[in-house]
Design a protein around this ligand. Structure first.
Ligand code: B1M
Length: 210
């Protein structure tokens, strides 16, 4: 019999954005760990979607509906990933850089940070360097998080880091970067304060930076 995790994996792959809600709920009720539902069900399915796209078996519409299904499942999972009311550990402005529309990874990082007690100002996707600077200033943010999923938009990360450094913000702002093509070496090259390969390590990094 197909396991609950396999059903969720399949729902993401097939873009079943209604069915996934019931399957995530059923998995939670069956006592499965939220982190297992997320990692083995949803994130693993997204990796498979990427592989199928690379092989020419999936196209942009399939990626899009898979993304929607993942987001829909995440909405059910969200309260179970959050730890409850913790005093604010600091303000984080987060967004996906200019030219880039991928937001699932960024949303996950925001969710985990929120769960760990950080206050999140989420600017969404396709965010200009100026908008990052403005939001950091307005909110007196201690940390700015930049996400990029395309090799072509990584350059916008560098421009954004430079803009934040040159803005002369009254507070000292730390910058963390992440996203599938981003590496520790790239983070160092562009002058960011840190790189995290996934959402849980983004939380550890944020805690160590502040
Ligand atoms: Co796009 N896409 N996509 N896509 N897409 C990728 C990224 C790609 C790798 C697919 C492939 O070829 N295998 C490829 C990029 C190739 C490259 O540049 N090297 C690609 C391409 C080519 C494109 C288009 C150019 C396709 C086209 O139009 N021809 C186009 C670009 C649009 C644009 O942005 N301007 C495009 C469009 C899209 C959709 C809109 C259809 C959709 C996004 C929907 C959405 O986000 N709402 C989409 C999707 C779904 C994907 C894949 C399949 C899945 C991405 C995802 O959500 N992963 C992706 C293939 C893949 O990644 N294997 C692909 C799950 C998510 C949880 O992981 O985002 O990596 P990830 O986030 C992780 C970590 O990276 C990290 O933590 C997260 C959680 O663990 N992390 C951070 C992320 N941000 C962080 C920030 C941090 C710290 C850690 O600190 C601040």
């Amino acid at each position: 019999m197909e396991s609950q995790i396999e059903k969720i994996f399949q729902n993401v792959l097939e873009g079943e954005d209604e069915e996934i809600k019931a399957n995530v709920q059923a998995a939670l009720e069956a006592g499965l760990e939220p982190s297992a539902i997320l990692n083995e069900g949803m994130i693993a399915a997204m990796a498979e979607v990427g592989r199928l796209f690379e092989n020419g078996e999936f196209f942009v519409p399939e990626m899009l509906i898979a993304g929607r299904a993942m987001q829909s499942g995440l909405n059910v999972l969200k309260p179970h990933l959050l730890e409850g009311d913790a005093p604010s550990k600091g303000k984080v402005v987060i967004g996906t850089v200019k030219g880039d529309l991928h937001d699932i990874g960024k949303n996950l990082v925001a969710l985990m940070l929120e769960g760990a007690g950080f206050e999140i100002i989420d600017l969404g996707t396709d965010v200009t360097p100026e908008a990052f600077v403005e939001a950091a200033k307005e909110n007196n943010a201690e940390l700015v998080g930049l996400s990029a999923l395309l090799t072509t938009t990584m350059a916008a990360m560098e421009t954004t880091v430079a803009a934040l450094r040159e803005a002369g913000l009254p507070q000292a702002v730390k910058i963390m970067v992440g996203g599938a093509p981003v590496t520790q070496a790239y983070a160092e090259e562009i002058g960011a304060d840190g790189f995290a390969p996934d959402a849980s390590r983004a939380v550890t990094l944020a805690q160590s930076l502040l």
